[in-house]
Write a protein that binds this ligand. Structure first.
Ligand SMILES: [Zn+2]
Ligand SMILES: [Zn+2]
Length: 127
């Protein structure tokens, strides 16, 4: 028996490894800010104040306040822990606002809308 598989083996293995590496890197990035955020903050939803423990923590998500997942300052200032429901809401609200900004396709409704009134109340709420 030849010790064989020199030709087929390495290529497939390498491909596998590249795919696995890419997945792991992405996963690791998510895990690392999630892990850090969970260490930094109490396990409580920032909106509805629901509390979490080890059995339910998978329903607690890390929200990026500026919606930029690459912005992960070590002090956690861009993170907010939200339960999956509030997190959903938060993003829905963000998308709605961007929809208004992106405007024209939505018709003429935006003429009756005063974006600055909204903005002011949002700012007040957040601070
Ligand atoms: Zn919540
Ligand atoms: Zn988010």
């Amino acid at each position: 028996m030849p010790t064989g598989k020199k030709k087929n083996g390495p290529d497939l293995e390498r491909l596998d490894r590249v795919v696995a590496d890419a997945r792991r890197a992405q996963h690791a990035r998510e895990q690392s800010y999630r892990g850090r955020a969970l260490k930094l903050y109490p396990w409580i939803c920032g909106r509805c104040a629901r509390e979490f423990d080890h059995t339910s923590v998978q329903e607690l998500t890390v929200h990026h306040k500026d919606h930029n997942h690459d912005n992960n300052p070590p002090d956690g200032s861009n993170w907010e822990l939200l339960c999956i429901y509030c997190h959903d809401n938060e993003h829905q609200r963000y998308l709605d606002q961007r929809g208004i900004d992106a405007g024209p396709t939505k018709g003429t409704a935006q003429a009756t809308h005063t974006p600055f009134a909204d903005l002011a109340s949002l700012l007040k709420k957040d601070s």
